[in-house]
Design a protein around this ligand. Structure first.
Ligand code: TXA
Ligand code: MG
Length: 324
């Protein structure tokens, strides 16, 4: 029995408005949601999930009319697909609108969007606007399809998030992720909408294609990640003075005592707060990458909490720029 009341919805709304997280029901699986335009709230999703790296999140909207707030263009196929499959388990990858924080899409220039098919969540979305939400499980675990699963995964309140009880999820399998970035639609993750159903609407869809830039290290993670073009070089504090030059940028959690000689310095959080740092990481990398530097030196971040995800992302960026 679902016993969700108007008060529960109002509470969910208040928590989200204040930058908090709420576990929301969808027809596929429960999601752990934050307001999509609140970079700091989005960063705390990764912290709650214990995700050791940043993966792009899906943005949920109340209806197709809201797309313009999160996507900067609307390929022709969108209307066909929305008519047929929304609300429902289909996520479309589209060019990202500037206002969507970079962390939502892990630095990519695209954004995954869908209209979920659950009355409670759609009511919430109409009230608070777009919500970014991954599945509400801890990293590496199975997606939750009941309120009990969510509580077992993320804890009971107050440690765990408030869960909006929408009953068991109908589909119980995540959404299909389809990229509309290229001429031909590309299946990135199989899910609730089948390839056959998509092809009946669109004609041929590319599938089983893994972008060469990304090994399929875990199912559903076939997206190519943003990699800066400027070489990333890990440095220690002791090496700073020797490496500083006008053609080099420095990325750090907190500004070291002296930053003399660096072309550009990006400090992620003046107080050393890892949630704030995570929410700024990709935007900082983009700014550095656009500054015409010869290299970006990166100081270590503490490998705890979100620091592990930040460090992982920076390590991967360093390897990527070294080999490509
Ligand atoms: O059914 C679902 O999709 C559930 C509910 C809560 O909506 N959400 C979900 O989220 O499964 P998550 O974070 O566990 O999986 C999101 C998938 C990942 O495979 C991610 O790589 C892909 O969507 N994705 C999101 N944005 C993307 C983008 N801009 N480009 C490529 N892939 C993207
Ligand atoms: Mg997941």
């Amino acid at each position: 029995m679902v016993s969700t009341t108007k008060e529960d919805l109002a509470r969910a709304r208040a928590i989200l408005d204040e930058g908090g997280l709420v576990a929301i029901p969808t027809e596929t699986v429960y999601g752990l949601a934050a307001r999509a335009f609140d970079a700091r709230a989005v960063a705390s999703i990764f912290e709650r999930k214990g995700r050791p790296r940043f993966d792009p999140l899906i943005v949920h909207v109340a209806e197709v009319g809201e797309l313009g707030r999160v996507a900067r263009s609307r390929p022709a196929a969108v209307d066909l697909l929305a008519d047929r499959f929304w609300p429902g388990p289909l996520t479309l990858v589209l060019p990202k609108a500037e206002e969507v924080p970079a962390l939502v899409s892990a630095g990519l220039d695209s954004v995954g969007v869908r209209v979920p098919d659950h009355p409670l969540t759609r009511e919430l979305l109409s009230a608070v606007g777009p919500l970014a939400a991954p599945s509400a499980n801890r990293f590496g675990r199975v997606s939750p399809t009941t309120v009990e699963h969510v509580r077992a995964e993320l804890g009971e309140e107050p440690e765990g998030p408030f869960v909006l009880d929408g009953g068991p999820c109908r589909t119980g399998l995540e959404s299909t992720v389809l990229s509309l970035l290229d001429d031909r639609p590309r299946l990135l993750r199989p899910g609730g909408v089948t390839l056959e159903e998509l092809e009946a609407v669109l004609g041929p869809v590319e599938s089983g294609v893994t972008p060469a830039t990304e090994a399929p290290e875990s199912p559903g993670q076939l997206a190519s990640h943003y990699a800066p073009r400027t070489p990333i070089v890990p440095v220690t504090e002791a090496e700073l003075a020797g490496r500083a030059r006008p053609e080099a940028g420095l990325l750090c959690l907190r500004r070291p005592p002296s930053v003399e000689g660096w072309g550009v310095v990006e400090e992620l959080s003046a107080t050393g707060d890892l949630v704030e740092a995570a929410s700024r990481l990709f935007a900082a990398l983009h700014r550095l990458d656009a500054s015409g530097l010869m290299e970006i030196a990166v100081l270590p971040v503490p490998e705890e909490g979100l620091g592990r995800a930040i460090a992982d992302r920076l390590r991967r960026a360093a390897v990527r720029t070294r080999t490509s």
